[in-house]
Design a protein around this ligand. Structure first.
Ligand code: AMP
Ligand code: MG
Length: 487
């Protein structure tokens, strides 16, 4: 078996990365491989599931054509700038052109130290690896641009974390690229304008080829990334997804969701909901995500200034004008997403009245801490003809629901767009407590719950009796209040 590696990042100058070999591990074992994704990457799933495939997935074997390297990047973490971060526990094996002619990175996560590891061990514990597998694949099934999971293997070794010694794992991530806002910041911090120019050209060719020939490539890149992020964040919010660590190094140039550390899905709705244990001030709370995305894009703009214009004032002016388009653009996506969730009429779906109604709806959910996903899926079932009993059951004070329902019937003229609602309102989301339960079972060597979730969450819009338990909100005893990076 050969993998048709076609590496482009390794052709960039040396200062973009550091070459490194993955660490070898003692007793690797497959946990799960993603056969459809493998096929898309021209990798034979049977090979991936063989001893040779295991060798690649755990880092013990280097497949011909692979040129392992760790990428350099910087980033603002919780608002503070760190001039050097980089792949401290990730190693890019190389790139392939997939069956749809898209260039994709194949990267190991947790395969040992690199030049960017600082104090870390470069390894991954089983829990975070399984978590990333489940959530990134669920996000894909939910229709959200995201990095993917090609496989996860256990290493037979242990890693030391806050909770003590934990089973180790290597996760294989596939991405449109791993270019981040922080990649640009890395070179801007070093005043390396040549590198910035190369990187801009590289990013445009890879992600926004239509803009390569534009008069001002850096400005075109900024606008393209902003558009992709505007659409992405609106999708997150429509699913009650909280990324949890929207640092600029976790903000992707391609507009994919990247880095599933302490992310979480809202159960009982509140706009200021935040789960991450390291996000003490709720900087990355659900409702703050568009503002943070704009803040991150402003950091990208700053990095690109010397390319936008040699006249600094002119560069700042052009960048500002470009950035001002972000929030209105996000707003259009957001109102379309929620207009679909509520089945509002598409013309004019985001009129003044519709916008106000969306806000009223969210206020109602927040006031009674209603389960976000269940509310919209029950509303969809009601739109399809069921009575309102399942909706009413979610409200502690039903007197507030009835006027809301009357207003909803009026604004939809009694004809909510049912197909739009079905496509926008999943029955299943990766509930935090289910993930935790599966991880705990896996640490006890029972992988059945993990595999069951991976299967169930491939079809999040389908109602299936066998997964009825996965629809339910957590019981008070099951609620997960905090999530952890686990690094
Ligand atoms: P993250 O919070 O996952 O975005 O990671 C932030 C930075 O810490 C990145 O540069 C990572 O490569 C690095 N890092 C996280 N965990 C480890 C680890 N176990 N060993 C080495 N570096 C790490
Ligand atoms: Mg990261």
């Amino acid at each position: 078996m050969t993998i048709p590696f076609d590496n482009s990042y390794a052709r960039l100058p040396d200062r973009f990365y550091s070459r490194v070999m993955p660490a070898t591990v003692k007793a690797p074992r497959h946990i799960r491989i993603n056969a459809p994704l493998a096929s898309q990457l021209h990798i034979d799933p049977a090979w991936l599931g063989s001893a040779e495939g295991l060798g690649m997935l755990c880092g013990n074997a280097i497949v011909p054509g692979s040129e392992p390297l760790a990428q350099a990047y910087a980033g603002h973490q919780f608002g503070g700038f760190v001039p050097q971060l980089g792949d401290g526990r990730a190693i890019l094996l190389g790139e392939v052109i997939d069956t749809e002619n898209r260039r994709r990175d194949i990267q190991l996560k947790g395969s040992g130290r690199t030049a960017f590891s600082r104090g870390g061990d470069g390894k991954a514990a089983l829990g975070p690896a399984l978590r990333e597998y489940l959530v990134s694949e669920a996000m894909h099934a939910l229709g959200v641009p995201t990095t993917r999971a090609l496989g996860v293997v256990s290493t037979g070794e242990e890693v030391l974390r806050q909770d003590g010694l934990l089973a180790g794992a290597v996760f294989t991530r596939v991405a449109g690229s791993h270019l981040r806002v922080g990649t640009f910041q890395y070179f801007a911090a070093r005043e390396d304008v040549d590198a910035l120019r190369l990187l801009t050209d590289y990013a445009l060719r890879r992600h926004y080829p239509g803009a390569v020939e534009s008069k001002n490539p850096a400005l075109a890149l900024l606008g393209s990334v902003a558009s992709a992020q505007a659409a992405l964040i609106a999708q997150w919010m429509g699913l009650g997804f909280i990324h949890g660590v929207m640092n600029t190094d976790n903000s992707s140039i391609s507009g994919e969701t990247i880095d599933y550390g302490p992310c979480a899905f809202i159960d009982a709705f509140h706009p200021q909901c935040a789960f991450s244990a390291i996000d003490r001030n709720g900087r990355y709370a659900w409702a703050n995500q568009p503002g943070i995305a704009q803040w991150n894009l402003t950091r990208l703009a700053e990095a690109l200034l010397p390319l936008i214009s040699t006249d600094e004032d002119a560069a700042v002016h052009q960048a500002k004008t470009s950035l001002e388009a972000f929030l209105p653009q996000f707003g259009r996506h957001y109102h379309r997403v929620f207009g679909d969730k509520l089945g509002l009429n598409s013309e004019p779906q985001a009129g003044e009245r519709e916008r106000a109604f969306i806000q009223t709806t969210l206020d109602l959910l927040a006031a009674q801490r209603v389960d976000f996903t269940l509310f919209f899926s029950h509303l969809t079932r009601h739109a399809a003809g069921e009575d309102t009993s399942s909706l009413s059951a979610m409200f502690s004070d039903v007197s507030a629901l009835n006027p809301w329902l009357a207003a909803w019937r009026e604004i939809t003229a009694n004809h909510p767009r049912l197909e739009a609602m079905k496509a926008a309102n999943p029955v299943l989301i990766p509930r935090n407590h289910r993930i935790e339960q599966a991880i705990q079972a896996a640490y006890g060597n029972d992988f059945a719950p993990f595999h069951r979730l991976a299967e169930a969450w491939q079809h999040p819009f389908e109602y299936r009796q066998e997964y009825a338990d996965l629809q339910a909100a957590p019981t008070p005893h099951e609620v997960v209040r905090q999530t952890f990076c686990g690094t």
